[in-house]
Design a binder for this molecule. Structure first.
Ligand SMILES: *Cc1c(COP(=O)(O)O)cnc(C)c1O
Length: 223
């Protein structure tokens, strides 16, 4: 077993059964994905279209590719034919484009809505109240080629665990509000994607059922 495979094993062993692991392979070569694949991992996360496309072409067809980074509308068409889940939808225009490209590809594309929960200005995401209100107003019912499967967020970039916990807790409260309200009749709305290498334990305690872990498995990224 390679070091990478060992770190993958340890990560999987620590995760509760109900929490799905997205192995974030961004900035690591296809060979690293192959190592994890050989150990049984099938769900991988990438954050750039120009990196995802060659990996998708080179690697086995039964990989579930999740897109987790900022997505420009003009690039949706490249990933629409195969992407398994887009975590980072943070505006209506992007969702409309995904719907349009889903129709062209004759697919229903699974999406998470990314909430801006963290304190920093720089973090991406939909302003939570605006996102909830948009869902509550119901226009998403007419988008037949997207399926809204839950929420994603990133916590504040800090060592303050209380702050991080508070962020995840806020995300969970938005999730519960939608699950009991606007999304109550939508059983697919079930994914809570929060938690990365440094904060996944807190995230799981605060209701995450999907963690996106890169560094802990693949090592430091070379930018
Ligand atoms: C890079 C990235 C991750 C993984 O981060 P690590 O700290 O390496 O685990 C998770 N989510 C998003 C959105 C990312 O861009």
């Amino acid at each position: 077993m390679t070091n990478l495979q060992q770190r993958l094993r340890e990560t999987l062993d620590e995760l509760p059964k109900h929490v799905q692991l997205v192995a974030v392979s961004k900035f690591h070569p296809a060979e690293a994905v192959t190592e994890a694949y050989a150990e049984g991992q099938r769900v991988f996360g990438e954050s750039r279209v120009q990196e995802l496309l060659p990996k998708h072409d080179a690697l086995p067809g039964d990989i579930d590719w999740h897109f987790i980074g900022t997505l420009q509308r003009n690039k949706v068409k490249y990933i629409a034919p195969f992407v398994s889940l887009i975590h980072s939808v943070d505006n209506v225009a992007l969702l409309e484009e995904i719907n349009k490209q889903g129709r062209r590809a004759d697919r229903t594309i699974r999406c998470l809505l990314e909430l801006h929960i963290a304190q920093e200005e720089s973090k991406s995401g939909w302003e939570p109240e605006a996102c909830c209100q948009w869902l509550e107003q119901g226009a998403w019912h007419d988008m037949h080629n997207v399926q809204i499967c839950g929420l994603m967020c990133m916590a504040s970039h800090t060592d303050d665990e209380a702050r991080i916990r508070q962020d995840f807790r806020a995300a969970r409260q938005y999730f519960n509000r939608l699950k009991q309200g606007a999304m109550a009749d939508n059983p697919a709305f079930a994914i809570r994607s929060w938690g990365m290498s440094d904060d996944w334990r807190i995230a799981v305690e605060e209701g995450s059922n999907m963690v996106r872990i890169g560094t802990r498995i693949f090592g430091e990224r070379a930018y």
